[in-house]
Design a protein around this ligand. Structure first.
Ligand code: ZN
Length: 132
């Protein structure tokens, strides 16, 4: 079975999330918003970046976890939509879905008014009311 995103390579988890040119385009457009290094996205590097911060409740760790989870979810959703002929979205459209989903989650958070918190608020266009 061929990958439904790039329609070139056999379908596999490794290819779908990190090897696929479509998925890499999504990760690439989110790397500046993720708060962790996503320059060469693969499961081992992402886990390596998340492990030291996974239990922390800093703005950086919350942002990183939300971006990774939302990106993986929307890539998987896009694969299934294409596979079951429900539609086809562009990389830009998928990136907007991830950004909207993460921003919505961030709006339900309260951030400390630290340099990291203020940086994240600027990156994600969060209102001043987000700060404790
Ligand atoms: Zn592919």
């Amino acid at each position: 079975m061929v990958c439904s995103l790039c329609e070139c390579i056999p379908d596999s988890h490794d290819h779908l999330f990190f090897g696929c040119s479509f998925a890499r385009g999504v990760w690439d457009r989110l790397k500046d918003l993720a708060c962790i290094d996503l320059s060469t996205p693969n499961i081992y590097d992402i886990i390596g970046s998340l492990l030291p911060i996974v239990k922390k409740r800093t703005s950086k760790s919350v942002c990183a976890k939300l971006v990774v989870a939302a990106t993986a979810y929307f890539i998987w959703q896009e694969r299934n939509w294409r596979l079951f002929k429900k539609g086809k979205r562009s990389t830009d459209q998928l990136v907007e879905c991830v950004k909207a989903s993460v921003r919505l989650k961030l709006l339900s958070c309260k951030l400390k008014k630290s340099s990291d918190g203020e940086r994240m608020a600027r990156l994600w266009d969060l209102p001043e009311a987000i700060f404790i």
